[in-house]
Design a protein around this ligand. Sequence first.
Ligand SMILES: [Zn+2]
Length: 398
Amino acid sequence: MSYKVATVKGIPIYVHITFLLVFLLFAFIFAISVWPYGFRYVEPPIARYILACLTALLFFVTLLIHELSHSLLANSYGLKIQNITLFFFGGISAIENPENVRNIDPSKELNIALAGPLSNIIIGAVLLAFNYFVYGSVFGVPDVTNWVTEGLTTFTANIPTMIFLLGTLNLLLGFFNILPIYPMDGGRVLRAWLAKRNTYEEATNTAVSIGKGFSVVLAVIGIFTNWWLAILALFLYISAAEEGKMFKATTILEDIVVKDIMTTEVLTVDESMPLVEFINFVFQKKHPGYPVIKNGRIVGMITVEDTRHINEAERYAFTVKDIMKEVVSVHPDATALDAFNEMGTHTVGRLVVLDSERNMVGIISRTDLMTAIYLKDNFKNKTNESQNEPQNEPQSES
Ligand SMILES: [Zn+2]
């Protein structure tokens, strides 16, 4: 649901559909709000809407500058940026993908994370300073008491208001993004700073905890001042927690090799098997998915899901071959994280494990990955506990 709008220095820029909706919402808010937050009394109405749309458009240009600041700096450090996608509030540069960032020097990551919010703070400061020095006030209009008689309801008289709005929004965006709440930019800055002294894993865990703590503080402030701030803080808390969980899962999966957790006893079906027979087979074996075989070679995958849309009568006419899907495979020596990513890209729940000669050696499912995460996580806690035991002994003796 993203549309390509431009390419800057070889980086394609996409706009997500939600972004267009927010653009319209912003333009609408600018059109109905009174000075200095909008253009409500500007005449004629067409001038009002042009000002509102122009402000929304320019604001989104500054959001793009924010993302480009991250991306171009990362580019200069030799990191490849696949694309930039503008979502509903702010954007995502493909660099913000933890796997890419993990392999770079923390001080470079710190600069990359800082570049975005810094660009907004600079833009904001410059725009407000422009109004101040040119019109004598950051609002661009020193006094609105004689609004109509002074002709402030015209298009040109409201350009300083537009500058004020853009400046203020950029400052807000910059300061908001710099809050140390992971996965926001400020949280990344914090993580990179911590990573200079600790391992990447410890740094992320600490940054996630600080982010959670900060969201709670923000929520408490919000409850007493502005409920929107409290709601926002709640979302930030959730995203920090999610990011923490995701990071933990990713770290665990990275250390596991596919062949260690795959299922080696694989039930297969022949491509010539009639669909009715296949459905009976599934009822007996109770597995959701099976590799499809032709002359001993694997030719496809079939799941119970694939048979759902086939009606009763057609089940007699079709064979497995007619509805099977293409094989998505992974090498036995690949990491579980590779398998996880592969499942994500192809939106499948299981992969066939094929060795270098394309022989099937096993099958790996999403459930296998989840079980592995669960077991590794518990096992890891167990080893930590046993490491702590000698330290605890003297305490119990005393
Ligand atoms: Zn950013």
